[in-house]
Ligand binder design. Structure first.
Ligand SMILES: *Cc1c(COP(=O)(O)O)cnc(C)c1O
Length: 453
């Protein structure tokens, strides 16, 4: 039975056929490369007009001109920044979430979706060793998660300090390699960073203690942010040491695992996360290394009631969603209100594939990083900068200037071999592999390294 008109029917067929074709690409081609804004502009000329256009024609413009002007983050050749590798199951279910128009604010509107999302949050919390009472919600990304968590940290510090501390400017202790979103969060919150100098870029308990002891105003430090997998180098901070200092100093302990938190599922590296069970808040981006589509970040609090006391929005028209304290409203745990049920695609995919398949896929990228490091060590024109802890590998081509790295990377992209922009390490331009896609072949890695000879 069809309840839509023939034109809509045709549009459903066309768009789904296109989506099916994209879903069936395996491997996904890299695409992308430099585009001329004037050329893209010309292709869109007149598209937004009063009368509208034939859907097939609009789709044609997208398919022919716009889609190829995007570098596919889910290509196994995408080895820059942090790649993506959403499962087909998760991509399919993401479409379903959109088609079902699920309003993920409240239990009242979306109990079914929230139950499933919370099952995934529980799984992650269990892997981290957080208590049974831990909980939170899915937000759009790590940046949104860090911001939402640190608002709670600051408000809790304010409350604990009482009226005597009114107007005080609060600070958070951070390592030198904390993600840029932490710095921008502190700016938004009108907080300052107590930047802890570290050996080898790893924030340790000792370094944190020394920094606080040397500081002139330690009582203004409300929180410490540790990273479980730095974005540039994959370094996991000394979570147990930092947790111990946080406990004695009564600091909120936030762990940013946006990229590396997924390693909690990988037995070969799990021990490096010991101490994470003490986190007051923790984030991990399933849209990075847990094979979910954009945009999906998990935000979990040890004591969700603290988060609710900060984030719950009060408005007369919202009272109805807060009738029953036993009902879980994701809107109460971050700075958002309306939200996609963006945890559902991950739930579907986990339920379909099983948790072991996730562990294997994460281990695959860790294995690629170890093999790539060995390849680099075996070539005398290359130098490994540090042993990879996770799936990022930093290395240098002896004798190269920044321009030579850029030329090499541009050529890799224009030849559609790989997307691998250079990075920087201690002020020097260097090369960087970010592995994540479980199907990136080692042959490709060797080919990329050969091109640096
Ligand atoms: C990617 C990343 C973020 C930011 O996450 P978005 O999802 O891009 O907002 C924060 N912290 C770390 C460590 C990251 O790798």
């Amino acid at each position: 039975m069809h309840s839509v008109d023939p034109a809509t029917e045709q549009m459903i067929r066309s768009v789904l056929a296109y989506a099916e074709e994209r879903l069936r690409l395996d491997p996904v081609p890299l695409d992308g490369g430099p585009r001329d804004p004037a050329e893209l502009g010309a292709a869109l000329q007149g598209m937004l007009n009063d009368r509208g256009n034939d859907p097939d024609q609009v789709l044609g413009v997208y398919a022919a001109t716009l889609a190829p002007a995007v570098i596919s983050a889910d290509s196994p050749r995408y080895l820059g920044f942090i790649p993506a590798a959403p499962t087909k199951a998760a991509l399919l279910f993401d479409m379903l979430v959109s088609c079902a128009s699920i309003q993920g604010i409240s239990w009242l509107e979306a109990a079914g979706a929230i139950q499933a999302e919370n099952q995934v949050l529980r799984l992650i919390a269990d892997r981290a060793g957080l208590p049974a009472t831990a909980g939170g919600c899915f937000v759009s990304g790590g940046s949104a998660g860090n911001l939402s968590a640190l608002v709670v940290a600051r408000e809790v510090a304010k409350r604990n300090a009482g009226p005597a501390a009114a107007g005080r400017r609060w600070r958070a202790a951070v390592g030198t390699d904390a993600h840029s979103s932490i710095i921008s969060t502190l700016r938004i919150l009108e907080m300052d960073a107590l930047t802890v100098r570290t050996d080898d870029h790893q924030l340790t308990g000792d370094a944190l203690r020394a920094a606080i002891e040397a500081d002139g105003d330690p009582s203004s430090v409300a929180a410490v942010v540790a990273t479980s997998g730095t974005t540039n180098a994959g370094i996991i901070d000394d979570l147990a040491g930092v947790a111990a200092v946080a406990k004695t100093r009564n600091l909120w302990f936030h762990v940013d695992g946006a990229y590396g938190g997924a390693g909690l599922f990988a037995p070969s590296v799990r021990r490096a996360y010991d101490g994470i069970e003490n986190a007051d808040s923790f984030i991990v981006d399933p849209h990075k290394w847990l094979f979910a589509p954009f945009d999906c970040a998990a935000l979990i609090y040890r004591d969700p009631s603290l988060a609710r006391s900060v984030h719950k929005q009060d408005a007369s028209y919202l009272d109805v969603i807060h009738d029953d304290p036993a009902e879980w409203n994701p809107a109460d745990y971050a700075y958002h209100l309306t939200r996609r049920a963006r945890g559902l695609p991950l739930w579907f995919s986990l339920a379909v594939h099983g948790i072991a398949a996730y562990a294997d896929a994460i281990e695959a990228a860790i294995g690629l990083a170890r093999q790539a490091a060995a390849e680099i060590r075996s070539r005398d024109y290359l130098e490994l900068i540090r042993e990879p802890d996770l799936s990022v590998v930093l290395f240098r081509r002896r004798g190269w200037s920044g321009e030579e790295y850029t030329r090499w990377a541009d050529q890799l992209l224009s030849d559609q071999v790989a997307f691998m922009p250079p990075s920087a390490w201690e002020g020097e331009t260097v090369a960087r592999f970010a592995f994540l896609h479980p199907h990136t072949p080692m042959d490709l890695v060797r080919r990329i390294l050969d091109r640096m000879a």
